[in-house]
Design a protein around this ligand. Structure first.
Ligand code: Z5A
Length: 210
């Protein structure tokens, strides 16, 4: 049996890292083998591309170069990690995936959906997550949380309007395909967020995991 593919998305500081740990614990407590990974990243090449993308010192990539770099990392990740892992019956839990590209490059950078959709078809050949958890939070609150934790990377230096577009893009994608997404109120206290995440997992997978 093939593994299932779950992704976690959201703006800066929405709590993805924390959420990934809850999802992993929920799956493992039900006997599902899980591989945790992230984008951009997940392979040596992908991690090198991630460094290029987040670096604040080098010449910043223009939006189209940024889009192509994200998909170069994704092509490597899919072929080397995601597809083989799913084929072994192991679940893949990924911190961000193509929804982030629609949100950040498509909406945030203003490239639009067209170029993202084109590369998605080319690179993914129909593969998409079984469930995407969207942690929804007011961008100002998320940036405050992220800044309390570490120095801002290249994305975290963007203006408020950029993050409003990112948030709107996530919500619009979830609105169009409610069966593939669960929007979680990430402003709630951690225990309430966890309960909402676990409800979404149970709705999607308790039939196969018990
Ligand atoms: N990117 C892109 O442009 N295109 C793409 O296709 C992809 C990515 C795949 C790196 O992603 C960048 O790549 C990203 C978009 C771009 N932009 N940036 N920057 P990333 O996922 O590695 O980076 P991130 O978004 O900056 O993640 P983050 O800052 O690590 O945020 P987080 O994981 O969502 O947050 P957290 O570390 O779990 O929580 C933040 C803090 O809030 C922490 O101190 C927690 O203890 C606290 N927290 C968590 N939950 C709560 C609640 N419920 N209440 C109060 N406090 C909380």
């Amino acid at each position: 049996m093939k593994g299932r593919f779950i992704t976690v998305e959201g703006g800066e500081g929405a709590g993805k890292t924390t959420c990934m740990n809850w999802v992993r614990a929920w799956l493992e407590s039900r006997g599902a083998p899980v591989r945790v990974t992230r984008e951009p990243g997940g392979t040596r090449l992908g991690e090198a591309i991630r460094t290029l993308l987040l670096d604040t010192r080098e010449e910043p990539p223009v939006p189209m170069a940024e889009l192509l770099l994200v998909f170069a990392a994704r092509a490597q990740h899919l072929e080397r990690v995601i597809r083989p892992t799913l084929a072994q019956g192991v679940w893949v839990l990924c911190d961000r995936f193509t929804d982030a590209t629609y949100a950040y490059q498509g909406a945030g950078r203003g490239l639009g959906e067209g170029p993202v959709a084109l590369l998605e078809r080319l690179v993914q050949q129909g593969l998409e997550p079984d469930l995407t958890l969207v942690l929804d939070l007011d961008p100002a609150a998320g940036l405050r949380r992220a800044r309390n934790r570490s120095a801002p990377d290249r994305f975290e230096r963007e203006a408020a309007d950029f993050y409003r577009r990112v948030r709107a893009a996530y919500l619009e994608r979830a609105r169009r395909r409610p069966e593939r997404y669960a929007v979680i109120d990430a402003a709630a206290p951690p225990e309430a967020v966890r309960a909402a995440v676990e409800r979404a997992l149970a709705e999607h997978f308790s039939g196969e995991l018990g």
